[in-house]
Design a binder for this molecule. Structure first.
Ligand SMILES: C[S@@+](CC[C@H](N)C(=O)[O-])C[C@H]1O[C@@H](n2cnc3c(N)ncnc32)[C@H](O)[C@@H]1O
Length: 198
């Protein structure tokens, strides 16, 4: 029902979508998983042509990718360091036959960005410097990791072709290299749409 509604452009609220998850994952939704409406807006901007490859940098329980894959003609890839979350999102995709999505268990620093066309980033590395609402205890906060992952992100983005798009959510602007232009913003500045111009 949820994915059928999304495909028909019928609004799905977050509480309904998050019912797809076990209760311990659902309760993290308000803080860690992208709202459905935000995911739709971001995915629509990122997918410019059918089969464009979109990478979610830190896919969590897969919500952005699952919504994006259902609402657009892109192919969504979610890289996620927590294996348990990759298992949950893969299971949902298989159960609901969402075939244009793949979840990858890896650290972002193992991923080559030039394999993808566009990117989504929901402030994924912040958990290394903020302990107020951890996803679980499997990753210990580490300030050095925050800086090294952010530097990896910036270095990968700098190498991408002109025209590449990235959407950032709840993120600072320092993660995005100056070669990207802010095309527009939404959600009172929390959702930012960037395009590489040089
Ligand atoms: C804020 S959640 C966003 C989840 C998803 N993008 C969404 O919007 O629904 C960030 C996720 O990034 C993952 N993450 C953080 N650092 C990572 C890294 N270095 N490599 C892979 N995943 C990472 C975390 O485990 C967490 O699940």
């Amino acid at each position: 029902m949820i994915f059928k509604a999304l495909r028909s452009n019928i609004r799905v609220d977050d509480s309904t979508f998050d019912d797809l998850y076990p209760s311990n994952i659902k309760i993290l939704g308000h803080r860690h998983w992208t709202p459905v409406d935000v995911a739709k807006m971001a995915a629509t901007y990122l997918v410019q042509h059918p089969n464009d490859k979109i990478l979610d940098i830190g896919a969590g329980a897969g919500k952005f990718c699952l919504v994006g894959a259902t609402c657009t003609e892109g192919i969504f890839y979610g890289v996620e360091q927590r294996e348990s979350l990759v298992e949950i999102s893969t299971e949902i995709a298989q159960k609901h036959q969402i075939n244009n999505v793949e979840f990858i268990h890896a650290n972002i620093d193992q991923i080559t960005f030039s394999d993808y066309d566009a990117f989504y980033f929901y402030n994924s590395f912040y958990e290394n410097i903020d302990t107020s609402c951890p996803i679980d205890n499997s990753i210990l906060p580490n300030q050095e990791l925050y800086y090294s992952y952010t530097e990896y992100l910036r270095q990968q983005l700098r190498q991408l072709p002109i025209g590449t798009r990235i959407v950032s959510y709840w993120s600072g602007w320092e993660e995005i290299p100056t070669s990207f232009d802010l095309e527009h913003t939404a959600c009172r500045g929390l959702l930012n749409f960037w395009k590489k111009i040089i």
